[in-house]
Design a protein around this ligand. Structure first.
Ligand SMILES: NC(=O)c1ccc[n+]([C@@H]2O[C@H](COP(=O)([O-])OP(=O)(O)OC[C@H]3O[C@@H](n4cnc5c(N)ncnc54)[C@H](O)[C@@H]3O)[C@@H](O)[C@H]2O)c1
Length: 253
């Protein structure tokens, strides 16, 4: 630990497992206090224990990030327990793989609600809280999690890809609107070894497509967390409105 986030307070949505867990632990390892939220995830207690074992103050809140009511309650809890946020990572997301002709409007709405509306609600409440901090506070950081599939598109994942493309447009707009007090950047990961990329969630065909990159492997969640630490810290003080493709070379831009 080098303490680059010492004294900062961070939220990681979907922080109970996978990429969010790795980001939360990396932030705590750098000295931040960390709130995670999740949706009814039995792994949340274990992750909370790991966070506290670093010495960080940490809380875990079961909240549906697509619900305005749950999100407002989540931010109230953070304010009451940890204090005003410096860093928010809108990471919670879901994937439903199905052919277009078998995708109901309800399925489409579910994916857009968690991934895009959830990112909007997280960013809005985070901005409200960050802008109320003292003027001398370092710039707040909002980090969104898109996907390389926002650029590539993927058969049987239209709603997911659309949600991630929307997150990139949202990120650029918020970066303009919230400057200079809050820096807003996206990470667009390629394939990462998590529950989302387990055979139960993705087809064998889609998993094989994920390996067709120059690096030809799945990332470890920690390899995405390293980019989040950079975007949360002082080293990225002149970076806003950008998208970091931690993707093994699947897209190059
Ligand atoms: N795994 C990959 O290959 C990959 C690639 C690119 C982008 N991503 C994105 O990274 C993010 C994290 O993915 P992951 O692979 O770690 O997924 P995961 O399934 O391992 O974890 C998802 C997390 O989101 C939470 N969550 C789900 N629905 C929620 C809701 N309605 N409200 C609050 N929390 C909710 C879960 O509780 C869990 O903590 C997602 O946005 C995903 O789209 C993942």
């Amino acid at each position: 630990m080098s303490g680059t986030l010492s004294g900062r307070i961070a939220l990681v949505t979907g922080g109970s497992r996978g990429i969010g867990r790795a980001i939360a632990l990396a932030f705590a390892g750098e000295g931040a206090d960390v709130a995670i939220c999740h949706r009814n995830d039995p792994q949340a207690g274990g992750t909370l224990g790991e966070l506290r074992a670093t010495g960080a103050r940490a809380i875990a809140v079961d909240a549906d990030i697509s619900s305005e009511k749950d999100t407002a309650a989540l931010f109230r809890t953070i304010g009451d327990t940890l204090g005003p946020l410096d860093i928010a990572v809108a990471n919670a997301g879901i994937l439903r793989e199905a052919p277009l002709l078998e995708t109901s409007a309800a399925d489409f709405d579910a994916v857009i609600s968690v991934n895009l509306r959830g990112t909007f609600l997280t960013a809005r409440e985070a901005a409200r809280m960050m802008l109320s901090r003292p003027h001398a506070a370092p710039a707040g950081r909002i980090i969104t999690i898109a996907s390389d599939l926002a650029f590539l598109g993927r058969e049987r994942m239209a709603a997911y890809c659309a949600s991630k493309g929307g997150i990139l447009s949202l990120t650029r707009s918020l970066a303009r609107e919230l400057a200079p007090g809050i820096l807003v950047n996206a990470i667009a990961p390629g394939p990462v070894d998590t529950d989302m990329t387990s055979p139960g969630t993705m087809s064998a065909e889609a998993l094989a497509q994920d390996l067709a990159t120059p690096l030809a492997r799945f990332a470890r969640p920690e390899e995405i967390a390293a980019v989040a630490v950079f975007l949360a810290g002082e080293g990225s003080s002149f970076v806003t409105g950008q998208c970091y493709g931690a993707n093994g070379g699947s897209t190059m831009y």
